[in-house]
Design a protein around this ligand. Structure first.
Ligand code: GLN
Length: 506
């Protein structure tokens, strides 16, 4: 039986697990078994969609042998969870779509291979919005996924962890794993991290290989981690990132040791506050940003007011370009080569139509239709081409009016805290899309963005702030995030969150 104290049990970080494994306090097998049992006890959260207990335990045993033999790898023996968007060799990968319900890849995505090379043990695949399209994890073919905590004002209503990487966020927040991988096309790492009181970083486009990641919108998709601390995010990202000749958009750049840069003074760094990101913020959000600004000032940063007039166009441009790319990427699911195939079709046309009608869910179909429309001959110039131009203008605006003056931009991660399942089900698609208003800019411009939990709402729910940096400036983001994390002392704040007894069992 694994002996962990309460804090270790519910807050085990990569760095703490590494120490525990090295000192022989526990083995990887014990830790992996502990998590697998805890996942079983918490199936109601619906955080995992595929588990291979035997495989995970075998990997843990192998890690234990390596540890005993003196091997030292950054993630050796650490149990982590994988978003079901990453192809895992021999383990079902569905993107939480009926279309790929039985798909078992015969290859490993580069990101997961990098993690395996660094010794990580995979616990299973996590729930997500279908093909990563959504902001609440309610479009999964496996059903919604939930957070382990509740609103103070409505303790009976279940909360969703945000999306699309909801299962990854929920599994880390419920401590069903040490850390998790996620992906971010328009906010799917940062929004769930913010809802769940966790750290999430979407790196610069090109830092993590997209090879073996099921595509949604290829010019935006990026992998990144969701973790309990900034330090863990640094460790995970270092492992996940790296040049990959199999991805033509992969960046051939040196990946710094992010962990080592933590704690370096941030004195003299310039932080931008963009007027357009502050427009119409709730009182709670305004106060959170003000508090973060004063912490940064206390640490010697200079706060600089900026205006970026193109920012309001980021969301509309995203919701044109992303569906356009999705409609093209998802054209491959035609019922012929792989994926779901409808029964009893007499013609090829019927096979295409029925397979796609039955295999895709509502939201995915909506994106395919929107994307097909904006790419159609009569609409291409008016929508798709215009959106591409807007994307370029936003890039120029950010470089000339922000990053020539500041090292990073500070803004809120999300307009609201975690939604209840009822609220999510009642939201219109547009209302759901609007919840990405603060996250899409980083994707539009290919910039790194990190969300750090720094406060609790009046209703007792986690609130995150976001930092956006210039390309390949992750190190600066980690250094600032580390300071914010210390000042906020979220680990302490977290103790007052209303949690379900089943999750944090004694
Ligand atoms: N919520 C956004 C969307 O639905 C972003 C999704 C994502 O980042 N994968 O498009």
């Amino acid at each position: 039986m694994l002996k962990l104290d309460y804090e270790m049990k519910n807050n085990l970080t990569i760095s703490a697990a590494r120490k525990g494994l090295a000192s022989g306090e526990f083995s990887s097998f014990e830790l992996t078994k502990y998590y697998l049992d805890k996942i079983e006890q918490n199936v109601d959260l619906n955080a995992f969609v595929t588990i291979d207990r035997e495989k995970s335990l075998l990997a843990a045993q192998k890690a234990d042998k390596e540890i005993a033999g003196g091997t030292d790898l950054p993630l050796l023996g650490i149990p982590i969870a994988i978003k079901d968007l990453f192809c895992t060799n021999g383990i079902r990968t569905t993107a939480c779509s009926k279309m790929l319900y039985d798909f078992v890849p015969r290859y490993e995505s580069t990101v997961t291979q990098n993690l395996l090379n660094d010794g990580a043990v995979f616990l299973g695949k996590t729930n997500m919005d279908e093909f990563a399209m959504g902001s609440a994890n309610i479009t999964s073919c496996f059903g919604p996924c939930f957070l382990p905590f509740r609103k103070k004002s409505n303790p009976t209503s279940k909360l969703v962890p945000g999306g699309s990487s909801g299962g990854s966020a929920s599994s880390v927040a419920s401590d069903l794993c040490v850390a998790a991988t996620a992906s971010d096309t328009g906010g799917s790492i940062r929004q769930p991290a913010s809802f769940s009181g966790l750290v999430g970083i979407k790196p610069t486009y090109g830092l993590c290989s997209r090879w073996g990641m099921i595509s949604f919108a290829s010019s935006f998709d990026q992998a990144g981690p969701i973790t309990k601390t900034v330090e863990d995010a640094g460790i995970m990202l270092k492992s996940m990132a790296g040049f990959d000749p199999k991805d033509s958009t992969s960046a051939n750049t040196n990946i710094p040791d992010y962990q080592k840069c933590l704690g370096r003074p941030i004195k003299g760094l310039k932080i931008g506050i963009v007027a357009e990101f502050m427009d119409g913020l709730s009182q709670e959000n305004l106060e959170l940003i003000e508090r973060a600004c004063s912490w940064l000032k206390d640490n010697g940063c200079e706060i600089i007011d900026l205006s970026l007039r193109t920012i309001p166009y980021a969301l509309p441009a995203y919701y044109i370009i992303a569906p356009a790319e999705a409609s093209s990427n998802l054209a491959r699911y035609d019922g012929v080569r792989y994926g779901y195939r409808a029964d009893g079709c007499k013609t090829v046309d019927e096979l295409f139509v029925k397979s796609r009608s039955e295999g895709f869910g509502e939201e995915v179909k909506r994106r395919i239709m929107t994307g097909t429309y904006v790419l159609s001959a009569g609409c291409y110039d008016a929508y798709y081409l215009k959106a591409l131009k807007i994307r370029e203008i936003i890039n120029i605006d950010l470089q000339t009016n922000a990053f020539s003056k500041v090292d990073a931009i500070l803004l809120i991660t999300t307009t609201r805290t975690a939604f209840s399942i009822e609220e999510s089900n009642n939201m219109t698609p547009i209302e759901m899309y609007l919840s990405d208003v603060f996250t899409v800019t980083a994707n539009i411009a290919g910039l790194p963005g990190i969300s750090i939990p720094v406060g609790l709402s009046d209703d007792g729910l986690p609130m995150g702030v976001q930092l956006i940096g210039n390309k390949f400036q992750e190190e600066i983001l980690f250094r600032i995030a580390y300071v914010l994390e210390k000042c906020a002392n979220f680990r302490e704040l977290k103790k007052s969150i209303l949690v379900e007894d089943t999750v944090y069992n004694e």
